[in-house]
Design a protein around this ligand. Structure first.
Ligand code: RIB
Length: 313
């Protein structure tokens, strides 16, 4: 496999407030000072993959405002190839409004701005770099037609594509059948499969439904409970690592970035999942999206608190 990882997706600036609890509808809660933190599911995954040792090209769209220009500078600092980031003046760069509660849980509202201007034609323009890629990683904070164009090109060039279907959405079968790996959480898996009730019985069934849609590897992420994996050789739960959560924002993104990085190094799917679980566990112990993504040496050195270090096979 070529080692290059292409991440296609959103770039946001996260405006974060720490709150005692997530406000209920109609409720106002007094929070902390405002924190302005680099985020966006695409960017978090690109940074997560790069810090985990990956050779990353990030395809995105930002505006020429401060948020957009600062974001590009940050990606460069992480060694990410930013040549394919489109800069579209006259609009705003993506912004996310985030509440983080004391137990680490969050709520997020996104104003997509420039992210909505990443178009299928931008994907076609980057065909050359796709031809050099070993793996492609995409999420759903960009237009669906653009996700479709990525799936089309990846399938044509025979490059495995990981879709992290977040934020949750129903997707056309035509896109789903072109994927190699899908990484929904339980809610996203339920949306994709039309499942009404999520419980321990429905998780294997949702995974089977997605597998039957033509996706070789289904990984349903279950937060601190680990993941459910279904592929041609394994089906079952793989426990995660237990840590004290400070902020779960971007844990899924760090998982996906690290997963792509490990796969680009030709690790097996079980090895890649373990590596990604370690990366995600570290990330939830830290505040913020991109600042929480660990570097390769931290992931390799990660040990479960209490000295327990689960063996991988
Ligand atoms: O997955 C976390 C991300 O979702 C945040 O960084 C925010 O920007 C939203 O895109």
């Amino acid at each position: 496999m070529n080692k290059k990882i292409i991440v296609v997706g959103s770039s946001n600036t996260d405006m974060v407030v720490k709150v005692p609890h997530i406000p209920a509808p109609g409720e106002t809660v007094m929070g902390s000072e405002l924190l302005t933190i680099p985020g966006g599911k695409g960017a978090n995954q690109a940074v997560g993959a790069a810090r985990a040792g990956g050779d990353v090209v990030f395809i995105a769209c930002v505006s020429d405002d401060t948020f957009g220009t600062d974001a590009i500078e940050n990606y460069k600092k992480d060694g990410i190839n930013t040549s394919f980031i489109k800069v579209k003046p006259g609009i705003h760069s993506g912004v996310a409004l985030i509440n983080v509660a004391e137990d680490g849980e969050n709520s997020i509202a996104v104003a997509p701005g420039a992210n909505s201007h990443l178009l299928p034609e931008d994907i076609l323009k980057s065909r050359e770099v796709f031809a050099e890629a070993g793996i492609v990683l995409v999420q759903l904070e960009i237009p669906l037609e653009t996700v479709g164009a990525v799936a089309e090109l990846a399938a044509e060039l025979n490059i495995p594509m990981i879709l992290n279907p977040a934020p949750g959405a129903k997707l056309p079968a035509d896109i789903l059948k072109k994927l190699s790996i899908i990484t929904p959480n339980e809610t996203e898996a339920a949306l994709l499969t039309g499942t009404k009730e999520i419980n321990d019985d429905s998780i294997p069934l949702m995974a089977r439904d997605l597998y039957d849609m033509g996706i070789e590897t289904v990984i349903i992420t279950l937060g601190s409970r680990g993941v459910y994996l279904l592929n041609s050789t394994f089906q079952g739960y793989i426990p995660g690592y237990t840590v004290k959560a400070v902020d779960t924002t971007a844990a899924g993104d760090v998982f996906n970035g690290a997963l792509a990085s490990a796969l680009s190094e030709n690790k097996t799917i079980r090895q890649a999942i373990d590596f990604a679980q370690r990366a995600a566990a570290i990330s939830v112990t830290r505040m913020g999206a991109q600042p929480s993504a660990p570097k390769l040496d931290e992931i390799s050195g990660f040990r479960q608190a209490g000295g327990y270090n689960r063996k991988n096979n």
